[in-house]
Design a protein around this ligand. Structure first.
Ligand SMILES: NC(=O)C1=CN([C@@H]2O[C@H](COP(=O)(O)OP(=O)(O)OC[C@H]3O[C@@H](n4cnc5c(N)ncnc54)[C@H](OP(=O)(O)O)[C@@H]3O)[C@@H](O)[C@H]2O)C=CC1
Ligand SMILES: CC(=O)[C@@H](O)[C@H](O)COP(=O)(O)O
Ligand SMILES: [Mn+2]
Length: 380
């Protein structure tokens, strides 16, 4: 039995992780967690019988504790609760399906407790990769990628020698506005932005896909996961999201991972690694598959990607500023307080005013996040 705790079990990745658990008899849930959605969490507790459930919102946690008092489950809340879930003795692996850099502390807590990590929460690695990767090596725990592109790379390099990797080719759908120019983006609505061409995902990552911030975060995520420098990571637009990413090796051979856009595959691969299990659902049919096309990303229009690369090249605390500014900007966009292009302005101006800290520790990262938020709030 592999025992699993999920950080963010009520979201898109969290619920698909539970689908994978339902389909595999040797996977067992021992811990679940949510931000606010205790209706869904209660359903999950009644079905999976975890020993521990964490809820961020303290009032919601109290409410949930009353609702499930007939069951043998401990309810905890706030950051202390997430940390308790992260280090829970019964778990072998933590699925980080929470959204945002709030995942940093629980992820580090789990690693310190010797848990493997199935990592979906890219914001954590982007902002604290320099702390997390050495800690994982020290604790001898595995960081198993769940993000589809990184899972594809992970599958493509399986059995290969690291020093023979020449280039990572990270694919991008281009988002719902692929082909449009800046003037046309001025008027796009929230509804337009939330229509991803290929994937059904949480709202924050769906907006990030439209701005190409998601691809920028993924370049930084890839750099930490695979220890490949930025000059050897290339983004390729592959509008059908059939090729999930590719790796070019020293001899010029390119190995790609293809599949339908279904996150259950990378989730299951991470949870059962190195096994491949049967997965029910649609398969690619190459007799009817019309086309797989490629394009260059439009870096002039979709500034999320070049700004992320700039943040990555500056390094130190700049990826934290990039990410924190984006998290708050997306929140404001989802609340209809700002327009689509304001997201770029908020990130760009936040980065411009920031004085770089070279090797920020955890407290400095969290302080820079807070300070970036305060500065943005005072202007937008
Ligand atoms: N969805 C996808 O297909 C993919 C997602 N990812 C990454 O995975 C992560 C999750 O994305 P996704 O599943 O789409 O996001 P969702 O918004 O669908 O889900 C987020 C989850 O995090 C929980 N959560 C949010 N804030 C807190 C908090 N303060 N404390 C505890 N739990 C909290 C939510 O709980 P509640 O619902 O109760 O608020 C929910 O369970 C992101 O980092 C994303 O970039 C990567 C690749 C693909
Ligand atoms: C499913 C997944 O991994 C997402 O990160 C997806 O890649 C988003 O698509 P694009 O950012 O390529 O539009
Ligand atoms: Mn992805």
């Amino acid at each position: 039995m592999k025992k699993i705790a999920i950080l963010g079990s009520t979201g898109s990745i969290g619920t698909q992780t539970l689908d994978v658990v339902r389909a595999n008899d040797d996977l067992e849930i021992v811990g679940l967690s949510a931000g606010n959605n205790i209706d869904k969490l209660e359903e999950q507790i009644r079905e999976f019988h975890p020993r521990l459930a964490a809820v961020w919102n303290e009032d919601a946690a109290r409410d949930l504790a009353v609702r499930v008092q007939d069951l043998d489950v401990k309810i905890v809340s706030s950051m202390d609760g997430l940390l308790e879930l992260a280090r829970m003795e019964e778990a072998d692996i933590l699925v980080t399906a929470i959204v945002g850099m709030i995942g940093i502390r629980p992820t580090m807590e789990a690693i310190r407790a010797g848990k493997d990590i199935a990592l979906a929460n890219k914001e954590t690695l982007v902002t604290a990769g320099h702390l997390i990767m050495p800690l994982a090596r020290k604790m001898n725990v595995q960081i198993l990628p769940v993000d589809s592109e990184h899972s594809a790379v992970f599958q493509a390099i399986h059995g290969e020698k690291k020093e023979q990797i020449h280039k990572l080719l990270i694919t991008a759908s281009g988002g719902p506005f692929r082909g449009r120019k800046t003037a046309e983006l001025r008027k796009v609505t929230l509804e337009d932005t939330l229509k991803h061409p290929n994937w059904v995902m949480g709202q924050k990552i769906t907006v990030d896909s439209a701005t190409l911030v998601n691809k920028g975060l993924e370049v930084m995520e890839a750099r930490w996961l695979f220890d490949v420098d930025l000059d050897h990571i290339q983004v390729v637009v592959q509008p059908q999201s059939i090729i999930h990413s590719m790796v070019e090796f020293e001899d010029g051979a390119v190995i790609a991972q293809l599949g339908t856009p279904d996150m259950r595959l990378p989730i299951q691969y991470a949870l059962c690694y190195p096994d491949r299990r049967y997965l029910a659902g649609d398969r690619l049919d190459f007799r009817t598959l019309k086309q797989i096309t490629f394009e260059e990303p439009d870096m002039e229009t979709f500034q999320g990607l070049p700004m992320a690369i700039e943040a990555a090249r500056k390094g130190g605390s700049m990826p934290t500023v990039f990410n924190a500014a984006n998290e708050l900007a997306v929140k404001k966009f989802l609340q209809r307080k700002i327009g689509f292009l304001d997201i770029y302005d908020i990130i760009g101006q936040s980065m411009e005013r920031h004085t770089l800290v070279r090797e920020p520790d955890l407290d400095q990262i969290l302080e820079i996040e807070k300070e970036t938020y305060q500065w943005i709030e005072s202007r937008w």
